[in-house]
Design a binder for this molecule. Structure first.
Ligand SMILES: [Zn+2]
Length: 461
């Protein structure tokens, strides 16, 4: 029995150094320097070139997929076990107390943009592959570490990859949580449009379908109703502002709570309150209709409520509102479990809209992603996680958000964030300021990945 925890520890120094070197690249899309060899610009080309050169120096076969992605592989077997990570990061943002590209280590925490998402996990995976390579044991599957460079800005890297390379037979993505995520809801963006006259003069709120609208400013063609305004605020315990523009126009702002559309119940949709306020105080039919459709985050008011066995309930969020010249547009983000079909949703929705002023059209749609939880892949990954983390309790999970895993069938998300471990107060999560990971977690994740590869690919395991 190989103790991968001890083995991983012996690689700790080098693992950290590689991560420090990788963090130093500002791996962001750069339009100005895009070219045929650098489809996402020079910084990402340099990051990918460095990474593949490093993999080659460690003894892996490498393949640069035209600047869209890279592969480090071990073995020539016909079946393939893959790990999929990414080298691009999100912009730095504001408020950092550390240099985001210096990778400072303090009290066992390594800080820097990409430490948690996804350079740290990718390095943990690379070292898992290295451990297996250095063991010189016979493998029944080729091992491939695939890295994309456009995960954060549209996943075009994997569109390209899946068209130009063979997809591994199965594998995992170190870009989410342990224990593992075997299912992700389908995601559809639907636009509801109406031309019904309304007293709303203008209303623009929200920029992305996948965020609950936290603030809604709108102008209506009426006088300020002070009594209705006070009543609505009190009745809904809502913060609202008013600005009187002239005798016939008044501007209101309603305040809700931003959150991600995969968990809309955790936020408060300010646009719902805007419509509900106008509908109930000013008796505006269009506003009442709109408020009704977006009132419920479980889709009941759209006739599409459904509770899935594996993935839980279908959720809805109105993320963008545009009203002007009696044209109303509501963009709805729908996340649905794998036991309903998209056709079912559309036909139920159309049935609901039949006698209303609204019509639906589909803007975007991604099918649910689901890997059988009783498969060898899920069972093995879960068993290894339990054994090495000591967390016997947490089952394999599903989620409403989309991870990189959905770009390849038979891939599940596997770490490297430990879901049971509380976030340290001064350490930022993925996409946040002062993003950081504990060195201990990096090494443990690497050990878990190595053990998982071993159990899945070693001939005599
Ligand atoms: Zn990521």
């Amino acid at each position: 029995m190989i103790d991968f925890k001890t083995l991983a520890k012996s690689y700790e120094k080098e693992m950290i150094q590689d991560l420090v070197d990788l963090i130093a690249f500002p791996s962001l899309t750069d339009e100005a320097s895009m070219s045929l060899e650098a489809p996402f610009g020079k910084p990402l080309k340099e990051t990918l070139d460095w990474f593949l050169a490093r993999c080659k120096a460690l003894g892996f076969d490498v393949d640069n997929v035209d600047g869209y992605a890279g592969v480090a592989s071990l073995g020539k077997q016909s079946s393939t076990l893959g790990i999929l990570g990414h080298l691009d990061v999100v912009p730095v943002g504001e408020g950092w107390s550390k240099d985001p590209f210096k990778a400072v280590i303090e009290d066992g925490v390594i800080y820097g943009r990409g430490t948690g998402d996804d350079k740290g996990p990718t390095i943990a995976a690379l070292y898992a592959m290295r451990m297996l390579k250095d063991l010189h044991i016979p493998l029944k599957h080729q091992l491939q570490l695939i890295v994309g460079v456009d995960e954060e800005t549209g996943m075009r890297c994997m569109d390209y990859y899946t068209k130009h390379r063979k997809i591994p037979d199965f594998g995992f993505v170190p870009d989410a949580y342990f224990p593992l995520i075997y299912g992700e809801k389908g995601i559809a963006n639907i636009v509801l449009t109406s031309s019904k006259p309304t007293i709303i003069h203008s209303f623009n709120a929200g920029e992305r379908p996948n965020i609950v609208i936290g603030k809604a400013t709108f102008i209506i063609k009426a006088q300020h109703d002070a009594q209705g305004f006070e009543w609505y605020k009190k009745a809904h315990r809502l913060a609202m502002d008013v600005k009187i523009i002239d005798d016939h126009h008044v501007e209101y702002t309603a305040y809700g709570d931003y959150t991600h559309a995969s968990t809309p119940h955790k936020g408060i949709n300010a646009a719902y309150h805007a419509f509900n306020f106008v509908g109930s105080v000013y008796h505006d039919d269009l506003a009442l209709e709109a408020a009704t459709f977006i009132s419920d985050v479980m889709g009941r008011s759209l006739n599409i409520a459904f509770d899935g066995v594996h993935m839980g309930w279908l959720s809805t969020n109105c993320g963008i509102v545009r009203v002007s010249h009696d044209k109303t547009e509501l963009t709805i983000d729908i996340r649905y479990p794998n036991d309903v079909t998209f056709d079912w949703i559309i036909s139920r929705l159309n049935e609901k809209l039949e006698n209303t002023s609204f019509k639906a059209s589909v803007m975007a749609h991604k099918e649910p992603h689901f890997v059988d939880p009783s498969s060898e892949l899920v069972q093995t990954l879960h068993r290894v996680y339990k054994e090495y983390s000591g967390d016997e309790f947490t089952p394999p999970l599903t989620m409403g958000g989309g991870t990189y895993a959905r770009t390849m069938p038979n891939f599940v998300a596997y770490g490297m964030k430990f879901i049971t471990k509380p976030q340290l107060p001064h350490v930022g999560d993925a996409h946040q300021k002062d993003e950081g990971i504990e060195v201990e977690d990096l090494v443990l994740a690497s050990a878990i990945y190595a053990k998982a590869l071993y159990d899945l690919a070693y001939e005599d395991a």
